[in-house]
Design a protein around this ligand. Sequence first.
Ligand SMILES: O=C1C[C@@H](O)[C@H](O)[C@@H](O)C1=O
Ligand SMILES: [Co+2]
Length: 298
Amino acid sequence: MFKEHAVMLGIAPIAWTNDDMPELGRDNTFEQCISEMALAGFQGSEVGNKYPRDPERLHQALALRGLQIASAWFSAYLTVRPYEETAAAFCAHRDFLHEMGAKVIVVSEQGRSIQGQMDTPLFADKPVFTETEWSALAEGLGRLGRLATEKDMTLVYHHHMGTGVQSAAEITRLMELTEPNEVSLLFDTGHLAFAGENPLEVLRVHIPRIKHVHLKDIRPEVVDRVKREQLSFLQAVKAGAFTVPGDGCIAFAEIFTELDRNEYTGWFVVEAEQDPALANPLEYAMKARRYIREISGL
Ligand SMILES: O=C1C[C@@H](O)[C@H](O)[C@@H](O)C1=O
Ligand SMILES: [Co+2]
């Protein structure tokens, strides 16, 4: 599997220190995080809030451990702020990632997002974009996508729980409103399963647009509790809604087979945020690494 085309396997720092809730993993250092990523057998990482922003220092620390930067998250506000504001921040982010050798830029629209609100019920209060907001989002993403191609990079859109692009229908709408050469898709297994979608079906529909993959699993009993008790996204994460591939209910073998059959090239990034005090990050990283090898040969 994945022999004739280039794929890389990375892991996100969010299992060690959570950028959305800095109190989770506050004591875990940058050096511990990247050392354990390498020890668990990963080739790269996305960028977390404890990573040095000086490209030379970051390169040096990663090179010592044989790691590369796959990408980093960017919050867009295209539906609620002037385009120029998002574009200026995007260019700085793009240039940093370019210096780090990354080829894709992860973008998620945060206009009216509830993902960072501790007490807002996730399933009741998710934003639904108006026609005006859809137009601003699609047009703005197209322009950001063109800014990415200036550096030979690709914008990958991250659908996400608690945002205006969460469901399969919303992902399809966004893909229809944007051009494939400007806006690609990030496929996040955990967010799709959490949203009640079948990740494999979404993968089959959008596979030509998918240029980056986040691998996370869900614990269905926790997701049921999130619905029952009207928990927020952050409360869901703390309660253990997400875990590493192989530790939840998603059928990853079929997903890998489908991506391989379609000659997916790019990164797979294990991204399983949970409370590091409850789920030891190195232990879970190793568990994920073993499982991925077993089912895909990677
Ligand atoms: O890609 C991601 C980045 C995180 O900050 C986010 O909340 C997480 O759920 C995710 O999928
Ligand atoms: Co993700």
